[in-house]
Design a protein around this ligand. Structure first.
Ligand code: ADP
Length: 474
């Protein structure tokens, strides 16, 4: 069933639901008809007992038993149920017994035993009869009256009704299934149209979009969702293209520098210091290139979900302290004032300490790189609203308002020429942001061009049951 078309499945469900409904309706209708048939017969039987009682009330005082019998015989054949009834007194003496009942010797309860009126069905020869027995009291004496009615006609009508239902139901089912299939294919035709249109969109025309029907229904939502997916795909493909172009550019530049340096160096015989200078230049460029390659590999692994961090209980104070020590040396070599402020004690986090230290160092390194000599960099750690927050504030060149949105983009640099001098390729903040987010945290920036920047890295605190109790509301 699962590998069938949706049109077929809809029609099959329609068939199933309709068949159940029709079955329930047919059974219900048959039972209702049967109940109304019995109701009509039972009413008639009760009326006839009433008729017998009235007749006896009028005649019993003036007539003898044989006379009553004659009267019954005379009147009963004119009644609606013919003469199918019998009456006996308290001792079992028959006041009247119609011939068919006498021939079949249909039993009757004595009035004393007939405390409740009773209906029953009985087969007499070829006929099904419904009997009604009731105790009546006439002139102070109890009698049992039993009247009967032929059920044949009613049962035949019921049988005809059943036959009609049995014949009509399959026809109706076939008609409903064909109709259901037709309806479902009609209803799904626009979906086919959408899928054909979607198939026409490929990597080469990712900017194309589906036509959106303004019907306010699932089809409109489907087209809009597909269009949104195409837009996301287009954006990712563009990002990938840009990334590949940037990556090849960033790699081509140092490689051609290495090559040119080597070519120039071997053009003629050189002195040992000249060779040393060329080789040092080649070594520096190689190191930078391998750093770029490492960063690219890390981001590629992060994108494909293959880069896994090793989380464990960690102390944010220790992590930041390590980064501060390295940052301090860096700042000193650039003649920049450096201050670090870490709370005493510890701040528990669940983290990959090495990765987190790397993220903090990237931000500190940037603060130092983009702050002129004589400026200041300050690193602070605090425990704020369930997060360990590392703030790195500098009094450097700052970031222009329109650039702030791009600082975390891969290969983005405010000033490419200057940044290259500073040894950056624009991947540091992308990596730092990825590390923060992998820790369920964040990395954000506030900056004013010419005044300086503040980068804030947040990582959620590691809350254990014990800690919750200790630090709970007091
Ligand atoms: P890079 O290796 O070029 O520093 P990043 O991804 O670390 O790459 O930073 C991207 C760009 O963001 C930098 O080139 C620089 O223009 C800008 N930037 C980052 N940090 C700072 C800062 N503290 N002050 C001013 N600009 C910054």
């Amino acid at each position: 069933m699962r590998d069938r078309s949706i049109g077929f499945r809809l029609a099959a469900w329609y068939f199933l639901v309709f068949a159940c409904g029709l079955g329930a309706f047919s059974v219900g209708a048959w039972f209702a008809m049967r109940a109304s048939l019995y109701h009509a017969i039972d009413d008639e039987l009760r009326d006839r007992v009433g008729g017998v009682a009235t007749f006896m009330n009028l005649q019993i005082a003036s007539l003898s038993v044989p006379e009553i019998r004659d009267e019954f015989r005379e009147h009963s054949v004119l009644g609606p149920g013919g003469d199918l009834f019998q009456v006996c007194d308290g001792r079992g003496q028959w006041l009247y017994r119609s011939v068919p009942l006498e021939n079949e010797n249909v039993p009757i309860e004595l009035p004393d035993r007939l405390t409740q009126p009773r209906f029953e069905n009985m087969q007499l020869q070829q006929h099904l009869l419904r009997f009604y027995s009731q105790r009546i009291v006439v002139d102070g004496k109890p009698y049992s009256v039993q009247v009967a009615s032929l059920m044949n006609e009613g049962l035949e009508a019921l049988e005809r009704f059943k036959l009609m239902l049995l014949l009509a139901a399959p026809l109706l089912l076939i008609a409903a299934s064909v109709g259901g299939y037709w309806l479902s294919t009609r209803a799904l035709a626009p979906v086919d149209e959408i899928s054909r249109a979607a198939q026409r969109i490929g990597i080469e025309n990712l900017a194309d979009r589906l036509e959106v029907p303004h019907t306010g229904d699932q089809l409109q939502r489907l087209s809009e969702t597909l269009n949104a997916t195409f837009a996301r795909l287009e954006a990712s493909v563009l990002r990938m293209k840009q990334f590949t172009a940037d990556a090849s550019h960033e790699l081509r530049a140092p490689i051609s520098l290495i090559r040119t340096t080597a070519e120039v160096a071997i053009q003629r015989d050189r002195t040992a210091p000249e060779y040393r200078e060329a080789l040092t230049e080649i070594l520096e460029e190689s190191e930078r290139t391998s750093q770029v390659v490492d960063s690219l590999m890390l981001l590629a692994r992060a994108d494909s979900g293959k880069e896994t961090l090793e989380y464990g209980p960690a102390d944010a104070c220790a992590v930041v302290r390590g980064a501060i020590e390295q940052g301090e040396k860096l700042a000193r070599s650039h003649s920049i004032e450096f201050r670090g402020r870490i709370p005493s004690g510890s701040i528990s986090i669940h983290a990959d300490s090495d990765a987190l230290r790397r993220a903090v160092l990237i931000v500190i390194d940037n603060a130092v790189k983009y702050t002129p000599s004589g400026g200041a960099v300050m690193v602070e750690l605090a425990d704020e609203g369930g997060f360990a927050v590392v703030s790195v504030t500098d009094t450097g060149i700052g970031i222009a308002k329109e650039d702030i949105a791009h600082v975390f983009d891969r290969f983005w640099r405010a000033d490419k020429a200057r940044s290259r001098e500073q040894s950056g390729v624009g991947l540091g903040l992308s990596i730092a942001k990825w590390i923060a987010e992998a820790h369920q945290g964040s990395l954000a920036v506030e900056s004013v061009a010419g005044r300086g920047s503040v980068f804030r890295l947040r990582v959620p605190l590691y809350v254990t049951a014990a800690v919750t109790t200790t630090h709970g509301p007091t």
